[in-house]
Design a protein around this ligand. Structure first.
Ligand SMILES: Cc1cc2nc3c(=O)[nH]c(=O)nc-3n(C[C@H](O)[C@H](O)[C@H](O)COP(=O)(O)O)c2cc1C
Length: 210
């Protein structure tokens, strides 16, 4: 069992966060999770979950969201809980993921602002040389966004855009989400079967006409 940190921000794509949280717990891991203020608004809009203005009610919402048993493996922290476990480099974990990651959080992490728990946890991962995976979602990308991503990539962060491929022939939104989540899990070193692995151009079994 390993503990991971999941920071959820105000970018669109909270379905990715949900699928990632479920997959980490299903793989037998624990997750510390925090949602930014903007993230709490987007979460309400996209998932219908009321996490409170600063994510202070996210813990209460977990059992109904991901199931009571899975919720036992997750600890939620308000975004202003800067004294919480993920804010310290002494708290070991297997990696921090910001998913989805807004351009605002990306900019602040690249500049070392640490103005909330999500940014601080990312800053700690960088300074401690631990895995940091950022899942940005924005389009089109401006020069500032690209420069911030390059800066973070050079510092060792993994920039893994919410940019699903189509070569696995997705049929559902879940298929698209799983493709991105599988990539995140790979970078965290978590074994999974949420997405299919490419085995060459041989047709998939369910190909039409085969
Ligand atoms: C419904 C909704 C969707 C948004 N989608 C994105 C997005 O995909 N990417 C992004 O960078 N910002 C997006 N934003 C804007 C961010 O929420 C905003 O910049 C916020 O200040 C980010 O704060 P945070 O980084 O602390 O979470 C969205 C806002 C709303 C309300």
């Amino acid at each position: 069992m390993t503990r991971f940190f999941l920071g959820i921000t105000g970018a669109s794509g909270h379905a990715y966060a949900e699928a990632l949280l479920r997959a980490l717990v299903a793989a037998g891991h624990e997750v510390d999770v925090s949602v930014t203020e903007a993230g709490a608004k987007v979460m309400r809009h996209e998932l219908g979950i009321d996490a409170g203005a600063r994510g202070e009610r996210l813990g209460d919402a977990l059992p109904a969201w991901i199931g009571a048993q899975a919720a036992r493996s997750v600890q939620a922290f308000a975004s202003d809980a800067i004294d919480a476990r993920p804010s310290s480099g002494t708290a070991l974990h297997g990696g921090a993921v910001l998913c989805p990651c807004s351009m605002g959080t990306l900019a602040r992490v690249s500049a070392g602002f640490s103005s909330n728990l999500v940014e601080r946890a990312a800053d700690v991962a960088l300074k401690e040389g631990r895995k940091l995976v950022l899942v940005p979602r924005e389009t089109p990308l401006g020069a500032i966004h690209l420069e911030n991503m390059l800066r973070l990539a050079r510092l060792g962060a993994v920039i893994l855009p919410a940019m699903p491929g189509f070569y696995h022939r997705p049929r559902t939104v879940e298929d698209l989400v799983s493709h991105v989540v599988g990539k995140v899990l790979d970078r965290l070193g978590v074994e999974h079967s949420v997405s299919r692995r490419w085995e060459g151009t041989a047709p998939f079994p369910e190909d039409p006409g085969t």
